[in-house]
Design a protein around this ligand. Structure first.
Ligand SMILES: Cc1cc2nc3c(=O)[nH]c(=O)nc-3n(C[C@H](O)[C@H](O)[C@H](O)COP(=O)(O)OP(=O)(O)OC[C@H]3O[C@@H](n4cnc5c(N)ncnc54)[C@H](O)[C@@H]3O)c2cc1C
Ligand code: SF4
Length: 596
């Protein structure tokens, strides 16, 4: 955080409370002309994981959709996965150049010289934090497809061990849905997305419709086999949205590696060339690019949403589009920001916020614990390893083994974590000696395997976002202020991640094991969820079980902000599946005449 806006303004809690008492940015209902050219059945805000699915589902059912997206049009011509570093001006070696405009976005491993202009300019679009509470809001994409352009593609299902966790350990609230409610929607999204994976028959990480698995390498096989035999834990190919068989004209992956720079063969899942492209092909989707939505237009007399007000990012003009329903899919923070900035006389603390929990219960997976080790014995068995092997774009995943059936309850924390990692061949950076001796040693490759945990963070009322009354972005839109910290439960998990990773590596026969246990800054997992949570009770939740706001019948929020808890599995497959389910509910409401 290097600019004053990013670092926070030092505002104390009292001052903030006063600001919350006033409407953040009054929404005036201006009855402009809704004509055939600017009126639609549904306005979808955001073209990423959730918005892409919403557009596809609704248009393929025959509805007329306007896709309002802050990003510019993505194109295959921007994809650079086969470009070598030496073609770049700074050889991909000058992060400080990127940090001039993207000091936060550059924290993200996927933001590089190849693609940094896909990310928002942090100086133009700042946010603030409470003093002493850093938050890294990474992955703010400004191209069609949103974060799915650069995501890590780990695609895991949730289970009832997640949805009903509160009933088991007493913390928080159960989700208003069970696995039976969402399973049919995983069955829709998963085969279309294309997920390579292995069936494992583990109830708390349900199997799905997998494409044939990419192969594990030697160290990973050894790790998988020995860890299962000695500790009963499962290490499997990370279920990943990369295809090994053609799907809908997309070619199988050819293992070149850097998917976050795009993929001209369309072999990973990116909403730009899948769901959004399908919606456009129907002829019923109008795509407004560079359109920064900031308010839901309300009809206060009927308590219905009428459309979206947005700023054209090129001209900075304010414009409006109208619809029978509005679906916010702009990524958790942006959707909630729009709701806060739509406060009006009826909803002075934010639209659809009669419960007062809008912005509350912010969660992001905790990271920072793990270990790495070497497998020198494999050189003797498999021969000298080759450093030029294929670049498999899916890693290894160790399935959660804490606080699940058949294990003793952890004394130190509730919930659990899984590991992402992988084995591979690397230079022997730890070789001894200097000069020529070191160079020779360096070229003696080593088999390594490393792993890092992703743990559930608990939803606390006091972890929240709100509007900063003093700071606006370059478009004049009030920005978010963050108040988030991890607590004892997450810290204990990080310690356990490190110890258990070392234990497993040892069981697998690794040498030279090194552990790390330093809790990540909130935001680093880029899995932020909650803040407009679903629930049965309109007094304690913003959305019902169909992601429809309790307060405004024709207003839905279909992204990760709907999550009632933040399980350790990566969220996006669930975000997409819930969005499809929400669309089906929206259409049934329309058919029944509940939404006119
Ligand atoms: C580097 C990286 C790695 C990741 N790895 C994984 C992973 O392995 N597995 C996993 O499950 N998840 C992963 N994630 C998270 C995943 O990408 C998100 O959970 C997912 O994309 C969220 O979907 P979404 O539809 O809510 O938002 P997005 O996909 O981000 O789409 C949001 C869209 O809204 C638009 N938008 C934003 N604000 C506005 C506005 N005000 N007006 C109009 N449009 C707006 C944006 O332009 C964008 O198109 C990763 C993310 C990153 C950045
Ligand atoms: S590794 Fe596969 S999915 Fe990724 S960019 Fe290369 S071909 Fe595409």
């Amino acid at each position: 955080m290097t600019t004053s806006a990013l670092a926070g303004k030092g505002a104390g809690p009292n001052r903030i409370q006063n600001a919350m008492d006033k409407p953040a940015a009054p929404t005036v209902f201006v009855p402009r002309r809704a004509s055939a050219s600017n009126s639609y059945d549904v306005i979808v805000v955001g073209s990423g994981a959730s918005g892409g699915w919403a557009c596809k589902r609704l248009t393929e059912a025959g509805l007329k959709v306007c896709l309002v997206d802050a990003g510019r049009q993505q194109s295959d011509a921007n994809f650079t996965e086969h470009e070598p570093d030496f073609k770049l001006k700074f050889r991909n070696m000058a992060p400080e150049v990127i940090r001039k405009t993207r000091p936060v976005q550059k924290d993200c491993y996927a933001c590089m010289e190849y693609n940094y202009d896909w990310f928002c300019n942090d100086i133009e679009e700042p946010y603030t934090t409470y003093p002493g509470m850093p938050f890294s809001w990474q992955g703010r994409l400004r191209v069609t497809g949103g974060r799915t352009n650069v995501w890590g593609r780990v695609a895991l299902r949730f289970s009832d061990w997640d949805f009903q966790a509160a009933s088991r350990d007493g913390f928080g609230q159960d989700w208003p849905i069970t696995y039976r409610d969402i399973a049919p929607y995983y069955d829709i999204t998963e085969p279309y997305v294309g997920v390579t994976g292995m069936q494992e028959n583990i109830p708390w990480l349900p199997d799905g419709h997998f494409q044939p698995p990419m192969a594990l390498n030697c160290s990973e096989w050894q790790f998988r086999t020995r860890v299962k035999a000695k500790l009963g834990r499962t290490a499997t190919l990370c279920r990943s949205a990369n295809i090994t068989r053609g799907v809908n004209g997309r070619a199988p992956c050819h293992y070149c590696g850097p998917c976050e720079r795009g993929c001209i063969t369309h072999s990973y899942f990116n909403a730009y060339f899948t769901t959004v492209a399908d919606a456009m092909r129907t002829g019923r989707c109008t795509h407004l690019t560079n359109a920064m939505a900031h308010q839901v237009i309300m009809d206060p007399d009927r308590n219905v949403a009428r459309g979206i007000r947005y700023i054209d990012r090129i001209t900075h003009q304010q414009k409006e589009v109208y619809g029978r329903a509005v679906a916010l899919c702009a990524q958790s923070f942006e959707s909630v920001r729009i709701l806060f900035n739509s406060a009006n006389g009826q909803y002075p603390n934010g639209l659809a916020n009669s419960s007062g929990v809008l912005g509350r219960y912010l969660m992001d997976n905790i990271m920072g614990g793990g270990a790495a080790g070497e497998f020198p014995s494999l050189n003797a068995i498999a021969g000298k390893p080759n450093i030029n092997g294929p670049n498999r774009p899916a890693g290894l995943y160790v399935v959660r083994f804490r606080n699940v059936p058949g294990t003793a309850r952890s004394k130190d924390f509730i919930r659990g974590y899984g590991y992402e990692g992988g084995g591979g061949v690397d230079f022997n950076w730890g070789a001894s000696g200097f000069g020529e001796e070191y160079q020779r040693g360096l070229l003696d490759p080593v088999n390594t395997l490393s792993m890092g945990g992703f743990g559930e963070s608990l939803g606390h009322y006091d972890n929240f976002v709100e509007i900063d009354p003093d700071v606006r972005d370059i478009y004049g839109i009030p920005v978010l202020r963050f108040h988030m910290k991890y607590r004892e439960n997450e810290f204990a998990m990080v310690q356990d991640m490190a110890q258990s990773a070392a234990e497993m590596l040892e069981a697998a026969g690794a040498k030279n094991i090194r552990t790390h246990a330093r809790p990540s800054t909130p935001g680093w997992a880029i899995h932020e969820v909650g803040i407009a949570r679903m629930g049965h009770d309109s007094r304690t939740s913003v959305l019902n079980k169909f992601e429809q706001t309790h307060d405004v019948r024709n207003l839905y929020v279909m992204d990760g902000s709907s999550f009632t808890s933040g399980p350790c599995q990566n969220p996006t497959l669930t975000i997409m599946s819930l969005a499809v389910r929400a669309c089906d509910h929206l259409m049934s409401e329309m058919k029944r005449g509940e939404i006119a």
